[in-house]
Design a protein around this ligand. Structure first.
Ligand code: ZN
Length: 145
């Protein structure tokens, strides 16, 4: 992702947001004079909820996105350095959602960008990971030797 943030800054930002949200839950619970069990439930939900944007899910999403980004950058670098690789094909993840609109990953996977075929980029033109949680994958298009 190209928003200028480094991984440590992202982690610090997430930790800060989680700390503020936890303090807010504590203050809210105290002001309502609720039972302590409500406090524990709300904090546990905030941190571990398997659905939604809990702290846990955001950390996992960050780790997955950064890992995907690093893996793709490596594939791109190998493709640029190899005399056998003509292009890199952008493949939609089997879990890609079927939205009503034409989404950026679909554009990457379905358009002919560099005259090499559907979804295929010259290695030097391969775009960065377009959004957090993108599970599209790349395959090489080898030249005919
Ligand atoms: Zn994608």
């Amino acid at each position: 992702m190209e928003d200028g943030l480094k991984i440590t800054q992202r982690l610090d930002k997430l930790a800060d947001e989680n700390k503020k949200a936890t303090v807010s839950i504590i203050n809210k619970t105290i002001s309502r004079d609720e039972a302590v069990i409500h406090l524990f439930q709300e904090i546990a939900d905030r941190i571990q909820n398997p659905g939604g944007l809990s702290y846990r899910n955001r950390i996992i999403r960050l780790a997955q996105t950064e890992t995907q980004g690093a893996y793709r950058l490596t594939q791109k670098n190998i493709g640029e350095d190899s005399s056998y690789v003509e292009g890199i094909k952008w493949n939609l993840s089997p879990h890609h959602p079927h939205n009503d609109h034409y989404e950026i990953c679909e554009r990457y996977a379905k358009e002919n960008h560099d005259g090499l075929g559907t979804g295929v980029y010259k290695p030097e033109n391969l775009p960065d990971i377009p959004h957090p949680g993108c599970f599209c994958f790349l395959t090489y298009l080898y030249n005919n030797l």
